[in-house]
Write a protein that binds this ligand. Structure first.
Ligand SMILES: Cc1cc2nc3c(=O)[nH]c(=O)nc-3n(C[C@H](O)[C@H](O)[C@H](O)COP(=O)(O)OP(=O)(O)OC[C@H]3O[C@@H](n4cnc5c(N)ncnc54)[C@H](O)[C@@H]3O)c2cc1C
Ligand SMILES: NC(=O)c1ccc[n+]([C@@H]2O[C@H](COP(=O)([O-])OP(=O)(O)OC[C@H]3O[C@@H](n4cnc5c(N)ncnc54)[C@H](OP(=O)(O)O)[C@@H]3O)[C@@H](O)[C@H]2O)c1
Ligand SMILES: Cc1cc2nc3c(=O)[nH]c(=O)nc-3n(C[C@H](O)[C@H](O)[C@H](O)COP(=O)(O)O)c2cc1C
Ligand SMILES: *[C@@H]1O[C@H](CO)[C@@H](O)[C@H](O)[C@H]1NC(C)=O
Ligand SMILES: *[C@@H]1O[C@H](CO)[C@@H](O)[C@H](O)[C@H]1NC(C)=O
Ligand SMILES: *[C@@H]1O[C@H](CO)[C@@H](O)[C@H](O)[C@H]1NC(C)=O
Ligand SMILES: *[C@@H]1O[C@H](CO)[C@@H](O)[C@H](O)[C@H]1NC(C)=O
Ligand SMILES: *[C@@H]1O[C@H](CO)[C@@H](O)[C@H](O)[C@H]1NC(C)=O
Ligand SMILES: *[C@@H]1O[C@H](CO)[C@@H](O)[C@H](O)[C@H]1NC(C)=O
Ligand SMILES: *[C@@H]1O[C@H](CO)[C@@H](O)[C@H](O)[C@H]1NC(C)=O
Ligand SMILES: *[C@@H]1O[C@H](CO)[C@@H](O)[C@H](O)[C@H]1NC(C)=O
Length: 700
């Protein structure tokens, strides 16, 4: 066994590798992610946070590090609340848009509130990576942040090992450098489903603290728009009708960036500029008897210079369904065809989505209008209550947590459903459009583990997505549906030419709960296209093909391993004389009806000439005990320990909630029994393997 000194050296090396690796990653992510649509309206264009604060006479700074928009949403609401309540001049910004080097010279009357979520394995979100680098670069000796008074709210999920890892790390670093935390660190837990409640109780205390600390006077909460809205008459080719970025507008000079010589649309493609990729294959993977749907989708990227590596994630840009768009427009009494433009009243405030655009395009393509409603949103509606009865209903729901859960959450209401429920079906004519666009979060792309191999299929990207279509216990139409996965399923059915009435009549095909405009804005998606971009991950096969590999991926968790195995198959074809290391895949499904890619694995086995083995666990076979992947892992523990001692890499993908944790404990057991060491020591070994990249997780 490695002694302590080795562990230290190895860990140090891993950290250096991580920093080195991150350099390119950071550059990629940060330097090329500003798009002209979202450019700040005015200002000197400086990236120095202190310069911009001073230029704009700001006396309060709210920053957010956010991966899927939750932290961003709370940060913006918090900023608005401080502005309305205390007339503070708040600047609310994305951590990736500014440099923080000069924060050491922040005027001491400016306070900071930090909202930070955690991603990966206790990591900072992508947009906070530069901030993290800056924090870690401070020397902790001269208390360079002693001028800073700050509050912090972390967002995480206690099902992950490093609960709120990023917020805790940032807090420690800030304190070590002399910054002064006001109030308590807020810790939101998505795992307990209490993010919103956690925010509300933190907010209540912290707002009071800030009020006292800065000696502020409180005013009545009245919504004031950060944007000026101008309505336009003329639908010209500068008006966005749902285009994902300005490159796709007809007015964009010369159309999308295109290399004539190579005949390719050019990137870099990212969260601000996706590639509108044709779907060249789309199939249902589950048997109808499973009662569920899982869609295999292949995107053709040969018309672009888009590249990916095996193990990366694909971001798919969704749109909302006809049904939810209609309900939303109805609930707020909106006229979909109205055209409007936005300008920021505050030059430091980014526009929330591309404009000018129409109200319907906004609702369909740019706003997250499904998903559960927050109690905070209900509370913010009080000021718009059309009458006293509704006002008291809103107050009751926003003050009584249990009542809110009973009437709103347990009915799976989204914003529009909740409003129509509260008003008994009457449209809300009192809520202004500027309030709506500032209160409803942006519709963001969803990520999928790529299930193809860049070596085997350079020009197509495959994904494997389980369709979120939960029928409620209470019979309610339409059921709770996921935005993106139902869009992918609609494309699959439409492409395979199954007529809708055949779907609705068939007892074998699940009914389509919702419908979409598959042609997209100005026919941009016609012929089955969707906007996509690749997000780099660190989930990578060992470079040496002779290194043994242990993969654990039940359900859709098998997606990246299909990519891995296809990679090895191709490698073997190209290098028939190389003997591969053992590749052992543990897969689990309920039964044979949801056995993903069942026919493919046999071919892979043949092509890999004995170096690939698949072990399957079924959990719901009739009259059989429930078997999970980790049970199968345990059955083979002697062999697995041997592989680990030969330097095997371990990969775990899929459900973070139960599976990844249970599998982790299984490995702890394998080490502690096998090496006759304590569980704590076994934990340490796995920690070390993780830091060396030999134990990798891709869990969600
Ligand atoms: C790194 C990463 C990799 C991933 N890889 C894969 C993969 O390979 N395969 C895969 O299938 N998924 C994967 N996912 C998950 C995927 O990104 C999506 O989250 C998933 O497909 C659901 O997306 P959606 O748009 O269909 O659902 P959403 O619209 O995002 O809805 C999410 C859930 O909320 C529910 N919901 C909607 N409205 C309400 C309401 N009012 N009240 C309560 N609940 C509601 C929906 O039913 C659904 O279950 C991955 C996620 C991450 C982060
Ligand atoms: N973070 C999360 O909460 C999370 C993550 C991934 C997936 N999901 C949800 O799960 C649904 C289906 O996803 P999926 O298709 O990937 O998986 P799935 O088909 O539901 O499950 C695949 C297999 O994993 C088994 N399994 C369940 N809990 C396990 C555990 N603790 N350890 C090991 N195996 C376990 C299942 O068994 P049984 O079901 O028979 O017990 C089944 O045999 C989706 O709706 C998705 O939203 C949630
Ligand atoms: C792939 C993935 C990994 C995550 N990893 C962690 C983690 O390590 N620790 C944690 O506390 N929360 C983790 N979370 C939970 C998120 O931090 C939490 O959902 C948060 O509300 C997201 O905020 P955001 O939308 O601003 O990024 C993870 C979520 C996902 C989807
Ligand atoms: C950023 O994009 C430009 C082209 O727009 C490209 O030349 C440059 O190499 C890119 N930088 C990085 C770090 O990807
Ligand atoms: C810090 O501020 C000084 C003067 O205000 C400015 O010259 C310098 O460029 C700033 N540094 C950074 C990294 O922006
Ligand atoms: C922040 O705290 C420091 C001391 O900790 C104090 O000197 C400074 O005035 C404070 N800032 C504000 C805005 O009160
Ligand atoms: C957090 O954990 C809960 C279950 O504990 C799960 O349902 C939810 O999807 C998780 N959220 C994220 C973002 O992973
Ligand atoms: C931005 O600058 C333009 C002139 O370039 C000016 O007309 C406009 O009022 C400014 N907007 C804001 C929000 O400062
Ligand atoms: C496919 O979609 C188009 C456009 O939405 C529609 O006209 C057509 O009827 C659909 N075909 C099937 C088989 O559902
Ligand atoms: C394939 O397997 C056979 C039998 O196990 C073995 O004799 C042969 O050498 C293998 N080929 C390669 C390239 O490993
Ligand atoms: C395991 O370790 C304990 C002490 O740590 C020792 O007493 C015991 O004999 C060991 N068992 C084996 C099988 O090596």
């Amino acid at each position: 066994m490695a002694d302590k000194f080795d562990i230290i050296i190895l860990t140090l090396f891993a950290v250096l590798v991580a920093i080195y690796y991150n350099r390119d990653f950071l550059k990629d992510l940060v330097l090329n992610s500003s798009d002209e649509v979202f450019k700040l309206e005015n200002g000197s264009g400086s990236r120095d946070i202190v310069t911009v604060l001073k230029e704009n006479n700001k006396n309060f700074l709210v920053v957010y590090g956010s991966q899927t928009g939750t932290a961003e949403d709370y940060a913006k609401k918090f900023a608005k609340e401080l502005m309305a309540k205390f007339k503070l001049n708040v600047m609310c910004v994305d951590l990736e848009d500014y440099d923080f080097d000069n924060l050491t010279a922040l005027p001491s009357n400016i306070m900071i509130s930090i909202f930070l979520s955690t991603y990966g394995e206790g990591d900072y979100p992508d947009n906070a990576l530069l901030f993290e680098t800056w924090l870690k670069s401070l020397d902790q000796i001269d208390s360079s942040l002693k001028n800073i008074n700050f509050t912090m709210f972390g967002l995480g999920n206690s099902t992950y090992e490093h609960f709120n890892g990023a917020a805790k790390s940032a807090l420690k670093l800030l304190k070590e450098n002399g910054a002064n935390l006001i109030g308590d660190l807020g810790l939101a837990d998505d795992g307990a489903g209490t993010t919103d409640e956690d925010y509300l109780s933190w907010n209540e205390k912290i707002v009071e603290k800030i009020k006292v600390f800065l000696k502020l006077d409180e005013q009545d909460l009245v919504f004031q728009s950060s944007f000026e809205i101008n309505y336009l008459d003329n639908l010209n080719d500068k008006v966005f009708l749902g285009e994902p970025s300005s490159q796709y507008l007809p007015s964009f000079t010369g159309g999308v960036p295109f290399n004539k010589e190579k005949n390719l649309q050019t990137g870099p493609f990212n969260i601000n500029y996706p590639y509108v990729a044709p779907i060249v294959k789309s199939i249902e993977l589950f048997d109808p008897l499973s009662g569920r749907n899982c869609i295999h989708t292949e995107f053709d990227v040969s018309g672009s210079d888009m590249k990916y590596s095996t193990g990366d994630h694909l971001a798919v840009w969704p749109s909302n369904s006809d049904e939810v768009v209609a309900t939303f427009l109805k609930a707020f009494n909106l006229k979909g065809d109205k055209i409007f433009d936005l300008t920021s009243k505050d030059p430091t405030m980014k526009l929330p989505f591309p404009t000018p655009t129409t109200i319907e395009s906004t609702v369909r393509y740019y706003l997250e209008i499904t998903g559960p409603v927050s109690r905070q949103f209900i509370r913010s509606l009080v000021q718009f209550a059309p009458d006293d009865i509704i006002k008291s209903k809103l107050l009751e729901l926003s003050n009584d947590k249990d009542q809110f859960v009973k009437e709103i959450i347990s009915n799976y209401f989204n914003v529009a459903d909740a409003l129509l429920y509260i008003s008994d079906g009457e449209p809300w004519t009192t809520v202004s459009w500027d309030f709506i666009i500032e209160s409803i979060p942006r519709l963001l792309p969803r990520y999928y583990s790529i299930s193809s191999s860049a070596l085997n299929e350079k020009q197509t990207i495959h994904i494997t997505s389980i369709v979120e279509n939960n029928r409620n216990d209470k019979v309610r139409l339409p059921p709770v549906v996921g935005v993106t996965t139902n869009l992918l399923r609609n494309i699959q059915l439409n492409r395979s030419n199954v007529p809708e009435d055949a779907v609705s009549k068939s007892e074998f095909i699940n009914p389509l709960p919702v419908h979409y405009n598959l042609d997209g804005p100005r026919n941009l998606f016609h012929g089955y296209k969707l906007p996509i971009h690749v997000r780099k991950s660190t989930f990578r096969l060992p470079t040496n093909p002779q290194t043994p590999v242990i993969m654990i991926g039940p359900g859709t968790g098998v997606a990246p391993f299909r990519g891995f195995i296809r990679e090895r198959v191709r490698f073997q074809e190209l290098n028939p004389n190389v003997k591969l290391g053992k590749h052992l895949l543990f897969y689990g499904s309920r039964d044979l009806n949801d056995f993903l890619y069942r026919d493919e694995w046999e071919q892979y086995k043949q092509k890999l000439n004995g170096s690939f083995e698949m072990v399957v666990a079924h959990s719901r076979l009739p009259n059989q005990p429930k078997v999970y992947v980790q049970d199968k892992v345990k059955e083979r523990e002697d062999e697995i320990l041997k592989l680990l001692q030969d330097g095997a890499f371990v990969y775990i993908c899929g459900d973070a909630k139960g599976m990844a944790k249970d599998t982790h404990s299984t490995f702890v057991g394998i080490y502690s029994r096998g090496l006759n060491i304590s569980e704590t020591e076994a934990h340490e070994i796995i920690k070390m393997l993780k830091s060396q990249g030999k134990y990798q997780e891709d869990v969600w």
